[in-house]
Design a protein around this ligand. Structure first.
Ligand code: IPE
Ligand code: IPE
Ligand code: MG
Length: 254
C-alpha cells in the first residue's frame, strides 16, 4: 500500500506560490547554494556559522519546491574544488553535511522526498557516504520530489569518471565506441536517471557555474540572484521560477 505523504508546511508568512501554468514550472531546478561565508563575515561570525544558517534555507526551499510542483531539485553542497579550503572548514563541512542528512531524513521521507547522493566516492568521508546511503535506502520509493545532494561533486570529475568507465568497457569489448550516443553516455554519469536541468540558480551574486552539472545544464536557463544563501527561502526559489516562466526556450530552433 502506498504510504501517506505529509503536505509541505506553508511558509511562515502564509504566502502561496505564484500561479503559473504547468509548462512554466521547471521540472528540474539546480541550485548553487553560495554566500554562506560572506553572510557570516558581515555579522562578525566564523564562516562555519554561515554554513549552519544555510540549512534552514535549504529545508524551506524543499517545502517550497514541493508546493509549486518542481519534480527534481539538485543542490550543490560540496564541490570537488572545495577540498582546497582550510582543513578546519573541510572537516566542518563533512561533519555538518553528515549531521544534516541524518537529522532531516525523517522529515524529508514524510514529505515523499527521494534523497539521492550525486558525487565522487574518492576522498569523500566514508561516514558521509554511509549516511547518504542510509538516506537513499530509507527514501527510495518516494515520488513527490527527488532531492539530489551533490556532495564531492564536480562536472569535470563526472565527465572524467564517465570517460574512464567507457574506456574500460571498450577495452573489454562491452561497448563499441562508434555506437556511443549522447543518451548512452548518461548511463555513466553519477545519476543516470537525472533529468536535464531546466532552471539553474545561483545565490550570492556570483555569475558562474563553478563546475556544477555541466552536462545536464547544457540548455538550462540561468538565474543569478543577489541574496546570500542563508537569507534565501522558498520565496527566492519562486522568484527565480517567475523569471524562468518569462523566458523563451528555443533549444537551437529558429
Ligand atoms: C557556499 O558558501 C557553501 C559551500 C561552498 C560549501 P561559501 O562558503 O562558498 O560562501 P562564500 O562564497 O565564501 O560567501
Ligand atoms: C560552489 O561555490 C560550490 C558550492 C556551493 C558547494 P564556491 O563558493 O565553492 O565556488 P567559487 O569558488 O566561488 O567558484
Ligand atoms: Mg562561495
Amino acid at each position: 500500500m502506498a504510504k501517506k505523504v505529509k503536505q509541505a508546511t506553508p511558509h511562515r508568512n502564509g504566502i502561496k506560490p505564484p500561479k503559473l501554468e504547468r509548462k512554466q514550472i521547471p521540472n528540474h531546478v539546480a541550485i548553487v547554494m553560495d554566500g554562506n561565508g560572506r553572510w557570516a563575515k558581515s555579522r562578525g561570525l566564523a564562516r562555519t556559522a554561515g554554513h549552519e544558517a544555510g540549512e534552514k534555507a535549504l529545508v524551506d526551499i524543499v517545502h517550497g519546491a514541493i508546493e509549486i510542483g518542481v519534480k527534481e531539485l539538485s543542490v550543490y553542497a560540496f564541490s570537488t574544488e572545495n577540498w582546497k579550503r582550510s582543513p578546519e572548514e573541510v572537516k566542518f563541512l563533512m561533519g555538518f553535511n553528515r549531521e544534516v542528512i541524518h537529522s532531516r531524513r525523517e522529515e524529508l521521507n514524510d514529505l515523499g522526498v527521494k534523497i539521492r547522493w550525486v558525487g565522487r566516492e574518492k576522498r569523500l568521508w566514508k561516514t558521509v557516504i554511509d549516511e547518504l546511503k542510509q538516506a537513499e535506502s530509507l527514501t527510495k520509493n518516494n515520488k513527490v520530489l527527488t532531492l539530489n545532494m551533490c556532495i564531492n561533486y564536480g562536472g569535470r570529475a563526472e565527465m572524467l569518471d564517465a570517460a574512464v568507465s567507457i574506456a574500460k568497457e571498450a577495452v573489454k569489448k562491452k561497448i563499441k565506441p562508434d555506437a556511443l550516443t549522447e543518451k548512452s553516455i548518461t548511463k555513466y554519469l553519477y545519476a543516470p536517471l537525472m533529468r536535464d536541468v531546466d532552471l539553474f540558480i545561483r545565490s550570492s551574486g556570483e555569475q558562474r557555474t563553478s563546475n556544477f552539472l555541466m552536462w545536464q545544464s547544457a540548455y538550462a536557463e540561468m538565474v543569478f540572484l543577489d541574496v546570500l544563501w542563508p537569507d534565501a527561502d522558498r520565496r527566492t526559489l519562486w522568484k527565480a521560477i517567475e523569471i524562468y516562466a518569462e523566458r523563451e526556450r528555443r533549444f537551437g530552433k529558429a
